[in-house]
Design a protein around this ligand. Structure first.
Ligand SMILES: C[S@@+](CC[C@H](N)C(=O)[O-])C[C@H]1O[C@@H](n2cnc3c(N)ncnc32)[C@H](O)[C@@H]1O
Length: 278
């Protein structure tokens, strides 16, 4: 394996042997990443030893079932390339709907808070799409915030900052937002045990599981967010596909108005929206 051409063929073969249905594209993405990592132009075909060993290491990690995005080191999300790795949830395509709805709901003034920010995916996508808005992202996990900060450095957005905290507890009282988003953990305890082994092995449990019915964090957000919302602020939450009616009840009982659920591309309940009039 002395050239990139040979390396791509070798990677494709190894990935096919692992039974990966997307082996052709995955091999190409690995090789493109290798070129970027070693700053090698597209017309350079000689594979250096360090590049060879990195590719071998990636293939070994994939053999051990590590998620492809962790091995590659990044994932595309809402027109941004985000850095990801062990310790942070890999942003999912359905979360792009949360961003779309948030962009539509943003009233044009006031700050935005993204709770449970993880890699910073939602906060960074909003800061990028709404350059006049100030965005803050909060997460409890130090490891997740490591990735959010790395993403902030790589994307160089001046209108976003990240904080560590348990939901809004780390904020100074008196801070108010016109839009609050969250893709919180929402998997029920029992359901968590049935998630694919690769997710349970590699992605943080803190990012996924939220009590006996998966609604622990959503209930907390519905109540704890209220003192931090400006009059008429919008709350947007990503939810589990079977949680729509319960989440509507939680939001109405907590005093929110105009509560609604929108569906994702698979026609499953996915985003809860509510207004807090005060
Ligand atoms: C489903 S992940 C979402 C990550 C990111 N927003 C995304 O969409 O890719 C949920 C995140 O919530 C964080 N989290 C869990 N409990 C929290 C809490 N009490 N306060 C703040 N963040 C919390 C986890 O660390 C994790 O990063």
């Amino acid at each position: 394996m002395r050239t990139f051409t040979e390396a791509q063929a070798y990677a494709q073969q190894s990935l096919s042997r692992l039974g990966r249905p997307n082996a052709i594209n995955e091999a190409r993405w690995l090789i493109e990443q290798l070129r970027r990592d070693f700053a090698l132009p597209a017309d350079e075909n000689i594979l250096t030893r360090p590049a060879q060993s990195r590719l071998q290491n990636w293939l070994q990690r994939l053999q051990a079932d590590e998620p492809f995005q962790y091995v590659l080191g990044n994932v595309d999300f809402f027109a941004l390339t985000l850095l990801v790795g062990p310790g942070v949830l890999i942003p999912r395509p359905e979360t792009e709907l949360l961003v779309e709805e948030a962009i539509t709901a943003y009233p044009g003034t006031g700050a935005i808070c993204d709770l449970c920010t993880g890699s910073g995916a939602v906060a960074l996508a909003l800061a990028h799409a709404l350059p006049a808005a100030q965005v803050i992202g909060i997460d409890l996990s130090e490891q997740a915030l490591y990735w959010a900060q790395r993403n902030l450095c790589s994307l160089q957005l001046a209108n976003v900052s990240f904080y560590q905290g348990d939901l809004l507890h780390s904020l100074t009282p008196g801070r108010r937002f016109s839009l609050l988003t969250a893709n919180p953990p929402y998997v029920a305890q029992q359901e968590y045990t049935q998630l694919p082994a690769v997710i349970r092995k590699y992605e943080p449990r803190l990012a996924l599981e939220a009590g006996h019915d998966g609604l622990d964090i959503i209930r907390r957000i519905a109540h704890e967010a209220k003192p931090y919302l400006l009059p008429d602020a919008t709350l947007l939450l990503e939810i589990g596909s079977e949680q729509g009616s319960e989440v509507l009840q939680i939001l109405s009982a907590a005093g929110y108005e105009d509560c609604s659920i929108s569906k994702d591309y698979a026609q499953l309940d996915r985003i809860a929206k509510a207004r807090y009039k005060q």
